[in-house]
Design a protein around this ligand. Structure first.
Ligand code: ATP
Length: 236
């Protein structure tokens, strides 16, 4: 398994943001991570990537523990956080070269060029990041997540703020990345899950309430739409 999560929990004082969840994800499949606002999605992703220490439990990516083997793990993982931290004063190309160099990539300049093309930033590559529209900033975030060709991609709301054209391009990109990588992405857009995900996990108040392939989940609920299933499982 390239993502393995075991009894993972995060408590903020008395609040159980993530309440002991376990799940796995396989290469070549895209896993949609869904849940209402405040359900614990970003907190889970931050623990998966080692940016937040769990209260208990563990997470590993390709066998590397997110806490004890974090440096090794970061080499095989790409992460797009919810609010992508970008260096606004840097130029797109300069920033991506900086990221490529932090991974010690061979042919860094070439990797930057290829990645710029792949995420559709060619026309914007000479601009300062601060000057980019929200959608293009999001593309820079995706570019920094994939530049080192990671085996596992963790994307926190990768398409938020994109217009319909950009949405479709970025979904196609994620779909193609998912062919040989393990991808987990959080989103609030059900059509997105139906369009690009193979599997789905629904989390509610820190607990997993569904973990299935989309096909099987729909079958279990007599073919009703994902949105309705989501509402059934996350409202009382
Ligand atoms: N650093 C923190 N300190 C205290 N509480 C926190 C902290 N980070 C998250 N929480 C709380 O944990 C819960 C889960 O938050 P999280 O951001 O993981 O939800 P989410 O599912 O990603 O929500 P959204 O869909 O709105 O992005 C929320 O109630 C949030 O207020």
């Amino acid at each position: 398994m390239s993502i393995k999560v075991t009894a993972l929990a995060k408590h903020f004082d008395k609040q159980k943001a993530v309440d002991g969840i376990s799940f796995e994800a396989k290469p070549g499949r895209i896993l949609g991570f869904l849940g209402p606002n405040g359900a614990g999605k970003s907190t889970t992703m931050r623990m998966l990537t080692g940016y937040l220490a769990p209260t208990s439990g563990s997470a590993s990516l390709c066998g590397y523990d997110s806490q004890t083997q974090n440096l090794e793990m970061r080499k095989i993982m790409g992460y797009l956080p919810e609010n992508t931290p970008l260096y606004m004063d840097m130029y797109v190309k300069e920033f991506l070269l900086f990221v490529a160099n932090t991974y010690n990539l061979k042919d860094a300049a070439l990797k930057v060029e290829e990645t710029i093309k792949r995420v559709g930033l060619t026309a914007e590559q000479h601009k300062k990041i601060a000057m980019l529209s929200k959608g293009y900033k999001q593309r820079v975030g995706l570019a920094q997540a994939i530049i080192h060709n990671p085996e596992v991609l963790i994307l926190d709301e990768p398409t938020s703020g994109l217009d319909p054209n950009q949405l479709s391009e970025i979904r196609d990109l994620i779909k193609s990345l998912g062919k040989d990588k393990t991808v987990i992405l959080s989103t609030h857009i059900m059509q997105e899950v139906e369009a690009i995900c193979d599997d789905v996990i629904i989390i509610n108040m820190g607990n997993i309430v569904a973990n299935d392939s989309i096909v099987d989940l729909k079958e279990k609920y007599d073919g009703i739409g994902l949105e309705e299933i989501f509402r059934k499982l996350t409202t009382k």
